[in-house]
Design a protein around this ligand. Sequence first.
Ligand SMILES: O=C(O)C(=O)[C@@H](O)CO
Ligand SMILES: [Mg+2]
Length: 261
Amino acid sequence: MPRFSANLSFLYPDLPFLDRFAAAAADGFAAVEYISPYEHPKETIAALLREHGLTQALFNFPAGNWAAGDRGLACHPARIAEFRASVTRALDYAQALGCTRLNCLAGIAAPDIDHLRLEKTLIDNLAYASERCTAAGVKLLIEPINKRDMPGYFISTTNHAERLFELAGLPNLHLQCDFYHLQIMQGDLVHTFARLKHHIAHIQIADTPGRHEPGTGEINYRFLLSELDRLGYDGWVGCEYHPSSGKGADIGWMAEGVARR
Ligand SMILES: O=C(O)C(=O)[C@@H](O)CO
Ligand SMILES: [Mg+2]
């Protein structure tokens, strides 16, 4: 069975962020991930990981000003210095938290800037980040995100991610495969996973519609998760869903045989 990581930006919405570590450990999770650790001192988070015996599976580069609409900096030609500083900040946290995977948020495409210029900026920034991550022993990832939830996000399909892998030619650039986004944009989940497996360094799951736990929507997670085993995926699977009860982590689907921790 896959190894599951609790995404603390989504699970335990009834608890303050720092209390979610203990809750994840109590539910049997061995690893955690989240969108952003930067609102808290790295020492505080490191101590929680140690106290609860949790592995830090992954987090993102700083997104910029989330409240103002930023969803990453990497495709913005006018924000290269800010992006580079964000790589330093992410690696500083990664080192303190023992985290070996970082997701680079591509950002929202500015409608008034030529697509190829945005793409060139993204590739140059990925090259910079990849070199820094390699030196730190960290895998660099990119994630396609569906256009309905995040209109304008620069990478929305695995086809575009593959084009970026080809153009960038970076050994340390990997795919974060989020089956929720993949189902909305493309479908054909098992075939796509098998075809891109050599690129995949992290998986995330939620059902659709609703982005709730497995078993609440149209994705056959019982089959999909068993296929991950059959195809030899041994990385983390991030539970990045909104619990349908509105609290806790709604992990009943694991005990019901959709999957086990
Ligand atoms: O929204 C997702 O899917 C994620 O993985 C986030 O971390 C990106 O913002
Ligand atoms: Mg995701």
